[in-house]
Write a protein that binds this ligand. Structure first.
Ligand code: AHR
Length: 510
């Protein structure tokens, strides 16, 4: 059996893992909002103001830190004034990006803010640059965040909300190079500066303005936007224009026309998927390196506000709804992403999986007929990893010569790992990506004594295993027997295609 050593200095704390790396995304796309989060007040499904209570309860267990809305591509054709006031009077529109279906605007600003309050999540509102106006965006900020008396405040109050909401995160367009307006980087940089200027801080609400960034490895896009703020650097703080810059990266196993099935895949496709997922680290490092040239003090945050697997839709479902199942393979895609996020916590400050319910790499799938809810393997990784939120990162040095699996012209690490410490508890995340071979890992825990150990394991006999309403726990966390720490070492054996967390209660320092 392959044997590796994982050296962790428990007393050498690295950058804080921002809790917002565990962020989420809800777009008006397929059954994410309608049927997923929102069923309307008249539904038989238990709800508050139309919001599904079972979905809220499941997500509260993840401690989701922020929720991005209303898109995605939808954000750039969304006109927020259509989504306020009495529902029966709200104008309708066609969702041209996603399924060409009619959108009744019953889920709008007030419903989104209520959802965030129920989840205990910070709102991340994505404004419309592609088909909107500066005034429209500026009015939305005022409507949401201003107190006292003003035209937008009066409108909000007339719609039943007295107090301003707190909105920390504000996106200025989305994928401006594509569905957000097909702009050049230079053109978008100018638009960004104009829009950002009129996204005001009202009262105590300080907006963290987020620029719409690159696709994949388009470093030129990142550089153009970073230059756009550094040229003002002599007279103004770069942070005044935008504070965060995004990029998007999806894990797509095959070519775009045949991405591959979510549940039926061979060994090669499995390894290709994981190798593509692991590439996220190269991209984070690449965008960070470009940003370092213009912002060496790391004042602008890098944000990956769309990530996850993207497969062919489930047979028989609307191709525009992006509904896909979710297997143990997706769980490992998620764990590999989180390991990379933790290692780059100095620059990467937020990430949002696409998307939370019923779309792409979802946490929750709801049955359109029975309305039953199923938690996916990806959900369990978010839950098992939640202790990393706002903890100090710890470097994990994996030693041993047998940690590589060759995948085409790429090499995939057999074991992916990361660790953090908070309040005298360390959390170690370990993934064995090998399909058939177990791996023995000796945790070499230095710098602090360990008083207690516990572990959890996520795996299944088949890597394509997934949860359905008939078998909701086909992939679910179980106890992981890990023994005790002896002389600072703890041997653990990970089964094939598995994800485990080991929690260490540390003895007090000093
Ligand atoms: O998440 C689905 C879509 O992917 C988003 O709307 C868009 O931003 C991206 O291309």
């Amino acid at each position: 059996m392959t044997a590796l050593r994982a050296v962790i200095d428990l007393d050498v704390e690295g950058p804080r893992i921002n809790k917002h790396l565990y962020g989420h995304f809800a777009e008006h796309l397929g059954r994410c909002i309608y049927g997923g989060f929102y069923v309307g007040e008249d539904s038989d499904i238990p709800n508050e103001g139309g919001i599904r209570l079972d979905v809220v309860e499941a997500l509260r267990a993840l401690r989701i830190p922020n929720l991005r809305w209303p898109g995605g591509c939808f954000a750039d054709e969304y006109h927020w004034m259509d989504g306020i006031g009495p529902k029966e009077d709200r104008p309708r529109m066609i969702n041209t990006h996603w399924g060409d279906v009619e959108e009744n605007n019953h889920f709008g600003t007030h419903e989104f803010m209520a959802l965030c309050e129920m989840l205990g999540a910070d709102p991340y509102v994505n404004g419309n640059v592609g088909s909107g106006t500066v005034k429209e965006m500026s009015d939305w900020v005022e409507y949401l965040t201003r107190d006292g008396d003003s035209p937008m405040v009066r409108l909000r109050k007339a719609n039943g909300r007295e107090k301003a909401w707190r909105v920390p995160f504000w996106g200025i367009g989305n994928e401006a190079w594509g569905c957000g307006g097909n702009m050049s980087a230079e053109h978008y940089a100018e638009e960004l500066r104009r829009y950002a200027t009129f996204c005001r801080d009202h009262g105590d609400n300080k907006l963290y303005r987020i620029a719409a960034g690159a696709a994949d490895d388009d470093y030129r896009w990142t550089e153009t936007l970073m230059k756009a703020i550094s040229c003002l650097g002599c007279t103004r703080e770069p942070r005044n224009i935008f504070q965060g810059l995004t990029f998007h990266y999806y894990t797509v196993p095959g070519p775009w026309e045949h991405k591959g099935s979510a549940t039926e895949f061979g060994d090669d496709e499995y390894y290709t998927t994981l190798a593509k997922a692991a590439r996220v680290e190269e991209l984070i490092a690449g965008h960070s390196a470009v940003m370092d040239c213009y912002d060496p003090h790391k004042r602008v945050g890098l944000i990956l506000d769309e990530w996850g697997t993207w497969y062919d839709v489930e047979p028989g479902t609307n191709p525009g709804f992006l509904y896909q199942q979710n297997t143990m393979r997706d769980a490992l895609v998620a764990s590999v992403h989180f390991d990379a996020f933790h290692r780059h916590a100095d620059r990467l400050v937020m990430a949002n999986i696409a998307q939370t319910v019923n779309v792409l790499q979802a946490m929750i799938l709801t049955d359109p007929d029975t309305q039953e809810l199923v938690l996916t393997p990806t959900y369990h990784v978010f839950e098992m990893n939640k202790g990393h939120q706002d903890a100090a990162s710890l470097a994990v040095h994996l030693l041993g010569d047998d940690n590589a699996i060759e995948v085409g012209d790429r090499s995939l690490n057999r074991v992916s790992a990361s660790a953090s410490v908070k309040d005298s508890r360390a959390l170690v995340s370990l993934s064995n990506l090998h399909l058939t071979e177990p791996v023995e890992i000796t945790l070499d825990l230095r710098g602090r004594a360990v008083a207690e150990v516990s572990g959890r394991l996520l795996t299944a006999p088949e890597v394509a295993a997934h949860n359905t309403s008939g078998r909701p726990d086909a992939v679910a966390p179980a106890a992981f027997e890990v023994g005790a720490v002896t002389d600072g070492t703890l041997p653990v054996t990970l089964p094939p295609h598995s994800f485990a967390t080991v929690e260490l209660a540390l003895t007090p320092e000093g």
